[in-house]
Design a protein around this ligand. Sequence first.
Ligand code: NAD
Ligand code: UFG
Length: 337
Amino acid sequence: MKRILVTGGTGYIGSHTCVELIQAGYEVIIMDNLYNSSIAVLDRIEQIAGTKPKFYRTDLLDKEGLERIFAENEIDAVIHFAGYKAVGESVQIPMTYYENNIAGSLNLYRAMDNAGVKKLVFSSSATVYGDPESVPIREDFKTHTTNPYGSTKLMNEMILADICTSDPEWSVLLLRYFNPIGAHRSGLLGEVPNGIPNNLVPYIARVANGTLDYLRVWGNDYPTPDGTGVRDYIHVVDLAKGHIKAVEYAFGHPGCERINLGTGNGYSVLEVLHAYEKACGRELPYRIMDRRPGDIAECWADTEKAERLLGWKAQYNIDDMCEDSWRFTVNNPDGIK
Ligand code: NAD
Ligand code: UFG
């Protein structure tokens, strides 16, 4: 049985990936400092998948702690989710973001190298494309970042590409996620944002459960069919399944690949709002506001490379994503405790 270390495994995408890994027959070890997640996630994973992963409460900045994990376990590959992810916050406290996402990640890569573990799947983001020249976005489009968070993703991509060039035994998949939303079908796992959400679907969920009054739609004068921003929303379980395919690929193919994980479809803010209204069974109030600084008009993935290399394609549609988000919201009014 292959053993996978999942950093950030109690977080939103990591927890769903742990479930899929266990269900696919992998042994899972999680390391997380619980900065943005709860220890109770481990019980939820067990409830769904039947096994509770071994857990290390360790920080990426703790070099000895990382070395210990590799010394105590024969690890075959690593999926690296741990990091800070709030775009606006990264502009306010860039040093904290570079320290956690760059210095912390380097500690991990060094510990892996020391232990001879050279297979890695990295959480990158479509943010590395900046404002793309055209859609759908292919992996060979030029990259450009506009905030420290995005820069940490691009810098990690560059560091990992250099590691692969220096040592042909390394195998790295840089997965560029589009907009992950939704929750596990069981209603046991989902996204628990800290404070008032910035992202669209977590915000709509709070309007739907009455915690927030109305959705603020950031602009309706974009060159899109209804004037509101268009994104490639992908169900978090589809995304998780993409990681299983990526790990399998890494075992057979040395080198470094950049791969988009999206559905290839774009939905506008109003289309997502209407899908959520169907899911929760009532009309949701909204107001059109000015554009949010830094937002782009539209963004969706060319998914050909993921299909060709990984044999992976997203299965869930926008209605599934909203239904699952709503079920999780109703079942967990206080988050995962
Ligand atoms: P999340 O915050 O739910 O999960 C990240 C986990 O990492 C958390 O449990 C947190 O406690 C942990 N963590 C953070 N810093 C750590 C450190 N120094 N040491 C140990 N653990 C640490 O985020 P998520 O939405 O699951 O995202 C996972 C990854 O995917 C992140 O790298 C994120 O940047 C990337 N990503 C997310 C999105 C998105 O929209 N959610 C989009 C593109 C890329
Ligand atoms: N939006 C609203 N109102 C809100 C929140 C969002 O109208 O309250 C709109 C935005 O203007 C945008 C769309 O909904 O048109 C999606 O916005 P999100 O904030 O949910 O997502 P973004 O596409 O802006 O950003 C996400 C992640 C980033 C990542 C980026 C590219 O949050 O971390 O995708 O992958 F960098």
